[in-house]
Design a protein around this ligand. Structure first.
Ligand code: SF4
Length: 385
């Protein structure tokens, strides 16, 4: 069982496609676009005017790995809260502004790292673009042109009949052109739609027509299960083609969940160093242990581990030894026992009741060794200016 065999598995490519060449902008301490790592962002759900609650949620998001946070600014009370939030947040804060240009200036003055405006709701902005561009340029902060299918410019709705990919792209590029007229190109763009197929098409068209960095999002993606699948499918298609510079998963769930999903998507595509990865089989009629329970228990025991450890939990000897051997650590179960593999070698065979504790014990040893050897963790690469 311990003999080394060639498994003929293809090597996982480091990247699926070269990254699209985009301009690089800076959202506070986080570079977006160019060769900067794809960043993960989210949005608070608190009343922005409630400074304590908002800062508390930002702290939770920061702890979960969120790199950029957006806060809504629909009222003067929210605008008044921005200076304190921008100053105290450990990650860059973007003010999300619709309808009222005065809040754009307030956000810039407050020290926000960027401002998001929506061309569909920007009617009252259009005659202020020159002033906005100047204020943003003077402060050195970028603007996100955030097009959303649900609030598409009426002119384009009439022209296209609905929020088609072409309509979303035209709306974004039109708004960009208004800023470009004033020499302002410190811009990133999003063209969000709730249908991943429309969204992917829109971003592909946009990517071909400009070099601005792109913020990916499937808008109103739904509750956790549906939203996760939609976002993973859409982001996966785009990121695999090298399109996308920062991502926001939109879920009808606490924003920390969005960050977890976003990070997992990047790790799955090798766009970020993987952390703990459980390779577990789906089980079948050959399984000689309860694979679901085993995998859940191992995951629970190792949750939060930052080193890129791959643990294989396999139900029988069909694929078990092969997968267990390929992982850093693994178990191939059978006949009430588990063969424990470390770095491709069987180190011991334990009774089924000892499989979980043995795997956790061995995982801790390997993790310690990895940390001592300086193995990179899954922490995002954030440049602090
Ligand atoms: S490893 Fe064994 S139990 Fe698991 S799915 Fe494959 S054949 Fe079935």
């Amino acid at each position: 069982m311990t003999a080394s065999v060639a498994l003929g598995m293809p090597a996982v490519p480091a990247r699926l496609a070269p990254r699209r060449a985009s301009r690089q902008i800076r959202v506070g301490s986080v570079a977006v676009g160019g060769d900067a790592p794809v960043s993960v962002q989210s949005m608070t759900t608190t009343l922005t005017a409630d400074v304590d609650a908002t800062l508390q949620q930002i702290a939770q998001l920061t702890a979960s790995g969120c790199q950029i946070v957006r806060v809504a600014c629909p009222s003067q009370d929210d605008a008044d809260a921005l200076p304190q939030i921008a100053r105290k947040s450990k990650i860059p804060v973007i003010a999300d502004i619709h309808f009222q240009p005065k809040y754009v200036f307030a956000a810039i003055d407050a020290g926000c790292a960027a401002v998001r405006v929506n061309p569909g709701n920007i009617k009252r902005f259009d005659d202020k673009v020159k002033e906005i561009a100047k204020a943003a340029a003077d402060a050195g902060i970028p603007i996100r042109i955030g097009v959303n299918a649900g609030s598409l410019d009426q002119r384009l709705l009439k022209k296209y009949g609905r929020a088609t990919p072409e309509a979303l792209v035209e709306s974004a590029l039109w708004e960009c052109s208004l800023f470009e007229e004033h020499g302002f190109r410190d811009i990133k763009i999003s063209v969000k739609h709730n249908d991943p197929v429309v969204m992917v098409d829109a971003y592909r068209q946009l990517a071909a027509q400009c070099d601005y960095p792109l913020h990916l999002g499937v808008t109103e993606a739904g509750p956790v299960f549906q939203g996760t699948i939609k976002s993973a499918v859409a982001f996966g298609a785009l990121l695999a083609d090298g399109i996308g510079d920062t991502i926001r998963v939109s879920l009808s769930a606490p924003p920390v969940e969005e960050v977890k999903v976003g990070i997992q998507i990047l790790e799955s595509l090798n766009l970020r160093q993987r952390r703990l990865e459980i390779v577990s089989c789906p089980s079948c009629g050959r399984a000689q242990v309860d694979v679901y329970k085993l995998a859940d228990q191992v995951l629970a025991g190792l949750d939060g581990m930052e080193v890129p450890l791959r643990v294989a939990v396999m139900g029988c000897v069909v694929n078990g030894p092969g997968e267990a051997r390929e992982a850093d650590l693994g178990v191939a179960s059978g006949n009430g026992k588990g063969q424990i593999f470390v770095k491709g070698e069987v180190i011991k065979t334990v009774p089924e009741s000892k499989i979980v504790e043995t795997l956790i014990e061995e995982a801790m040893k390997i993790a310690e060794q990895m940390q001592a050897d300086g193995t990179p963790s899954g922490e995002p690469d954030v440049t602090v200016l």
